[in-house]
Design a protein around this ligand. Sequence first.
Ligand code: NDP
Ligand code: MG
Length: 382
Amino acid sequence: MALGVAILGSTGSIGRSALAVLERHRDRFRVVALAAHRNAELLAEQAARHGAGLAVLAEAQVARPGGYSGEWGCGRDALLAAARHPDADIVLNAVVGAAGLEATLAALEAGKRLALANKESLVAGGPLVLEALRRGGGELVPIDSEHSAILQCLGSVRGADVRRLILTASGGPFRGWTVAALDRATPAAALRHPTWSMGPKITVDSATLANKALEVIEAHFLFAVAYDAIEVVVHPQSIIHSMVEFADGSVMAQMGFPTMELPILYALTYPERVPDDGIPAWNPVAARELTFEAVDVVGFPMLGLGVQAGRAGGTAPAIFNAANEIAVAGFLAGNLPFRAIPTVVEAALAEQPVVPVDSLDTVMEADRRARAAARGRLDRPC
Ligand code: NDP
Ligand code: MG
């Protein structure tokens, strides 16, 4: 019997890739629910094409187009109902931002396998996510390519045998730029990622390296590894997706041409592997050279800021994430220079109290206050 899959954020970059993967594996999976924010047209088209019984718009005020005869749901509660859908064995969370946290918790509490692209939920509410995983008895499998790589390198090895996780970063579109050039970096330039095609928020996060900070925190929670044992190296070709160094000095790396369809497929079939002729075939000659360099910490302070927030713990990562979401939106809207993004985030982290993460309310309140602080800064970034 095919496994039921619900996709939250189906209209986005990861959501669309996930549907492309599922279409090639109809013998194993069936789509039971799809959810988006407000892109009703595309959602209806997807739901009709994939035979999903439920289509959810998280934004309640959107008109529903025709062409889809299944059930519609609207608003936050409907999104959470999709995350707990009784016919969904797997919930793929590809919502962007901390808006995905409640759905992550709902899916895990319902005992689902959560295929997680929405790294912000783990960053903002890491302890809550792990607790929901424990209570629900489900599974948490990453889709982020670095974390999928680490999962694949780890195999059955855990704990004491691991010396370091080494996350690779492409360096983004501004790798090698001087600080003077970064001062003039535009949204259009930030959105031209050299190796990955992704949604706008994560593409800007890749340009600032905030994405890598989110990923360090994500790795800390997913693999229970201390921050001292997680490193980042720039690897511009995005062929090696990450590495694990073991206690004896041996290093495992996972590689392949950049495509999110492989980590999406692996999160669906884990720990099994299934053939898929849609994944680009490996060819080391075409991959040519693989190079590595240190992160430019002066030009790209978001990595250090985010890791510092991760080390501080409590609500600090939620504050980092929320302020970053506002700063990125401000930059994309043309209201904030590229180099003021870390200024806004640093100020929010300095101003906002950090408290232990004891409940969803605590995280939501830290998130709300950090957004308000960051919005206040957009008018006076320096
Ligand atoms: P996109 O911006 O392309 O898509 C975001 C999706 O989330 C859309 O379907 C959007 O709906 C939906 N959405 C936005 N806000 C809400 C909300 N409040 N409630 C419910 N749904 C919402 O993002 P990406 O696909 O690029 O990224 C999704 C997540 O995956 C992010 O967390 C990102 O960090 C992570 N990720 C992405 C990678 C990539 O290659 N793109 C790689 C690794 C991780 P609508 O279309 O209606 O606005
Ligand atoms: Mg990644």
